[in-house]
Design a protein around this ligand. Structure first.
Ligand SMILES: C[S@@+](CC[C@H](N)C(=O)[O-])C[C@H]1O[C@@H](n2cnc3c(N)ncnc32)[C@H](O)[C@@H]1O
Length: 293
């Protein structure tokens, strides 16, 4: 585990880290804070949900706490009386700790800064309108007692490193645990639009929808900025015919982790073997058919 993190500024002035272990940045360079609002708070319809008295949130891969912070800011801007319960799952406690140093934490309002600091240092934060816990460890393990406790989230922010870098958190079996924590009518949001991820969600019993691109941001080879999922057929933005066909290709073979303890290498190797043995359409021929470069 890394002991020190070097902040990198993203385009909206907020910060991210780069993980040497996973070979990837924690956020898009276009804006870490903006991503938390657009891909997570907005995609899970928090403004609408905050009109009630209570909300329960699950932040899978808490990291710097941006998704939790953006959610709390969104909810309390709509309804300061809304009582929120949040569980964050994070492997490496040095990440939330490093994120509480100035100037990183200064991108949040003072009340949010205190909450992020308490979560990083004491793994919990309590207010009359907040009960927040940070569960440190492998999310594949920490989610199990949470799922068994009957915890039901109205919104789940699903934000691991990419499937290639961190396949263990994109498996059918892990999604099945996560789905157990989703309330009826609740929404899970993730930045991934990968067919393997979408298929894994379906096999875990979730209905899926696409996260449309922001208006005016339609690069020709982009088709979605992520995936939303729910236990029931709530009105999720539907997959386009192109995205539906993507789920019939070899790219849609999901990652598996039968014991929820397999190594990333073993998970990736099985996935590769299943893809090589598959008779499904190749993803390159799907790309050619839809003119995707
Ligand atoms: C893409 S970053 C998440 C960014 C975060 N949502 C934020 O707003 O800053 C992925 C996070 O997953 C954590 N992680 C990696 N493997 C994990 C595991 N098995 N269980 C829980 N967290 C894990 C990493 O330490 C990292 O903080």
């Amino acid at each position: 585990m890394a002991l020190s993190w070097t902040p990198q500024r993203t385009d909206d002035g907020s910060f991210t880290f780069f993980s040497e272990e996973f070979g990837e940045a924690f956020h898009s360079s276009r804006g870490a804070r903006a991503e938390a609002f657009d891909k997570f708070a907005e995609a899970t319809k928090l403004v609408e949900r905050a009109k009630g008295d209570r909300l329960q949130l699950l932040d899978v891969c808490y990291g710097l706490g941006y998704n939790t912070a953006a959610a709390l800011e969104t909810v309390w801007a709509t309804n300061p009386q809304c009582c929120v319960t949040v569980y964050g799952l994070e492997l490496d406690p040095t990440v939330p700790e490093a994120a509480t140093q100035p100037p990183l934490v200064d991108v949040w309002t003072p009340p949010l800064r205190s909450i992020l600091q308490e979560l990083a240092h004491a793994q919990q934060s309590q207010r009359p309108e907040l009960e927040a816990h940070l569960l440190i460890g492998d999310a594949r393990q920490t989610i199990q007692p949470l799922a068994q406790s009957g915890f039901q989230a109205d919104a789940i922010f699903f934000d691991p490193f990419s499937p290639r870098r961190c396949p263990q958190l994109w498996t059918v079996e892990f999604f099945a645990q996560v789905a157990q924590c989703l309330a009826p009518g609740g929404i899970l949001a993730t930045y991934s639009r990968a067919a393997s991820v979408r298929r894994a969600m379906q096999l875990a019993g979730l209905h899926i929808g696409s996260m449309p691109l922001p208006v005016g941001d339609g690069l020709p080879h982009e088709w979605s900025q992520g995936t939303v999922a729910s236990l029931d057929v709530v009105d999720l933005p539907p997959l386009s015919p192109m995205e539906q066909e993507h789920l019939q290709t070899r790219a849609a073979i999901p990652y598996r982790d039968l014991t929820l303890q397999e190594s990333p290498e073993a998970i990736a190797q099985r996935h590769q073997q299943e893809q090589a043995a598959s008779s499904l359409e190749s993803t390159s021929s799907w790309r050619r058919r839809w003119n995707i470069r």
